[in-house]
Design a protein around this ligand. Structure first.
Ligand code: ALA
Length: 548
């Protein structure tokens, strides 16, 4: 029992990760025939910002804004603001972690250094929801714009090929994913320059929506501003959160960045801020251009222009969406095999996933599996269901990232395991404190969402007082004990991670119960794989043997 606990809680020390990284860099600089290939450090802060904007702007703003506006009315602007601010809090935590641990693997790697092996595995498994299902969701949104683009050339796509982005089956989305998969497998790399061109097309399309659409806005369409109350705003926030997903891919470029400690935080925060401003402007224009019953569910921005008789503007928007969404699918399908690859390299996942194609030099097995699964999902499931799964998985990853910052600020960089769970000590353990914090926040949010805090008098006061006091006590314990490091440090500790966790939990509770059940089933499958395979094959087993 003790050894199982040790396996679950062993952490990969940051010092070990950094020295492995240095060994790779020195290996690639030497001319030794045994040197290890690694990617060149060539990305600047501007490249990273473009990469972030490229990965963020997509189906969320081009398609989901319409569905979200149907749930919140013009107050979708507030939903975008709430989701954006939560992402900025999480983004500040990502920025600290990517600056502190500038190695590949993103959230999975951060969790391995802070929360232990089992949590790292769970997060790696959870990222499948973000990347694989994310690719399926974006392809589904893409198909809606292809149909719209074809329509503007008077071509109607048959029902069996492309039923709709939001319902029925959709072969076109599945075929598009398979085409991208084969391109990636052949070794097609998105250079920073190609990415910049695609991002520019997308941003021009968004700016066109704002500046052309502005002239069609009728302010009386913004009233009533909040027709479905604050509940509608929150439901829309939980959905439109999808529009911000992607900034975290900046952190996966840690090994290719010129000055990761400075440039990664700039790239993350700048790309998020740019997108938040653009999104709020688009939502204001869209809801001022058309009334709620005129909103289209598959291609709302393009159709809004068609409704106002501007077919030429409709084509610009559809073309921008077409190019932009294609690049996101490519980035998501590119990121997923890297996570499998990192996990397989650490021994936690089957070595089959770490195999490289002998001719093309790509992780072909992992790429093909990712593409096939994403393709099937895109064919079978509607956009809304897919987006809910992506959102719940990504929100969970963000909670872990915010928690990791709190825990790492209390963990020495050379720690090899979480502190043992002694009865005299357990309540002081950083992980316990953070979990207690998360539990308190969930209790508070659930009490509020179930109406407990508003419909009674005594219960809410007792509850709020108890929770307030607990948060105050936990806050005192969450103050950092380890010195800030030389790179970027998340400001306002522990409040920023704390608010990031709270915002994510509020949005998670706004998602339907089916999304929670699917998440629980997914984690159950993941836990079984870890217990049957990862725990026994972890590379940390070997380091332990070497030490003893
Ligand atoms: N943020 C990305 C999109 O909206 C995932 O498509």
């Amino acid at each position: 029992m003790n050894s199982v606990w040790q396996a679950l809680t062993r952490v990969k020390p940051i010092t070990q990760m950094l020295s492995e990284q240095n060994a790779l860099e020195n290996g690639s600089q030497s001319n030794s025939p045994h040197s290890i290939e690694r990617l060149q450090r060539c990305l600047s802060a501007v490249d990273l910002t473009m990469l972030g904007v490229g990965a963020i702007i997509g189906t969320g703003i081009f398609v989901l804004t319409g569905i979200a506006a149907l749930k919140a009315g013009p107050a979708v602007i507030i939903s975008l603001l709430l989701a954006g601010i939560t992402c900025i809090f999480a983004g500040l935590c990502y920025a600290e972690l990517s600056s502190r641990i500038p190695v590949a693997g993103s959230t999975y790697t951060y969790a391995y250094a802070s929360l232990g092996e089992f949590c790292a595995w769970v997060i790696g498994w959870d990222l499948v929801l973000e990347y694989t299902i994310g690719a399926a969701a974006v392809a589904r949104g893409w198909s809606g714009y292809v149909a719209q683009l074809a329509h503007s050339f008077s071509i109607t796509l048959p029902e069996w090929l492309c039923s709709s982005a939001t319902e029925g089956s959709n072969l076109l989305a599945g075929l598009m994913i398979m085409a991208m998969t084969f391109l990636l497998g052949l070794g097609v790399k998105q250079s920073a320059r190609v990415n910049t061109v695609i991002v520019s097309i997308k941003v021009v399309a968004i700016l066109a929506v704002i500046f052309i659409g502005m002239w069609c806005v009728q302010p009386d369409r913004w009233l009533p501003f909040m027709p479905f109350g604050f509940q509608g705003v929150l439901t829309a926030a939980g959905m439109i959160f999808f529009a911000y997903i992607g900034f975290d891919t900046v952190s996966t470029a840690a090994e290719e960045t010129l000055n990761p400690q400075r440039d990664l935080p700039i790239g993350i925060i700048a790309s998020l801020s740019i997108c938040m401003i653009l999104y709020i402007a688009v939502a204001a224009v869209l809801t001022g251009m058309v009334s709620l019953d005129e909103l289209n569910r598959s291609a709302p921005l393009a159709v809004a222009f068609a409704k106002r008789g501007m077919v030429w503007a409709e084509s610009i928007v559809s073309l921008g969406a077409f190019a932009g969404l294609t690049s996101i699918v490519l980035v998501l399908l590119f990121s997923q095999p890297r996570i499998y690859f990192s996990m397989a390299r650490d021994g936690l996942f089957f070595p089959w996933f770490a195999k490289i194609h002998p001719c093309h030099g790509t992780p072909w097995n992992a790429t093909l599996l990712t593409g096939s699964v994403a393709s099937l999902l895109a064919i079978c499931f509607p956009l809304e269901t897919l987006a809910q799964m992506v959102n719940i998985g990504t929100l969970f990853a963000f909670v872990v990232v915010c928690a990791s910052v709190l825990i790492l600020r209390q963990t020495p960089a050379d720690a090899t395991e979480l502190a043992p769970l002694k009865t005299s000590f357990w309540f002081q353990h950083p992980v316990f404190r953070v979990f207690l914090l998360i539990a308190c926040l969930i209790a508070l949010v659930l009490a509020w969402r179930s109406g407990l805090l508003s419909s009674h008098f005594v219960i809410p006061l007792t509850l709020a007082g108890g929770i307030g006091y607990s948060l105050f006590r936990i806050h005192a314990h969450l103050l950092p004990t380890v010195d800030a490091h030389a790179g970027f440090n998340c400001p306002g500790l522990p409040w920023i991670p704390f608010l990031g966790i709270a915002g994510c939990i509020v949005m998670m509770t706004s998602l339907p119960v089916e999304a929670w059940i699917r998440l629980a089933v997914w984690f159950l499958i993941g836990s079984i794989i870890y217990v049957c395979y990862g725990m026994h094959h972890s590379k940390l087993n070997e380091s332990k043997k070497l030490v003893s």
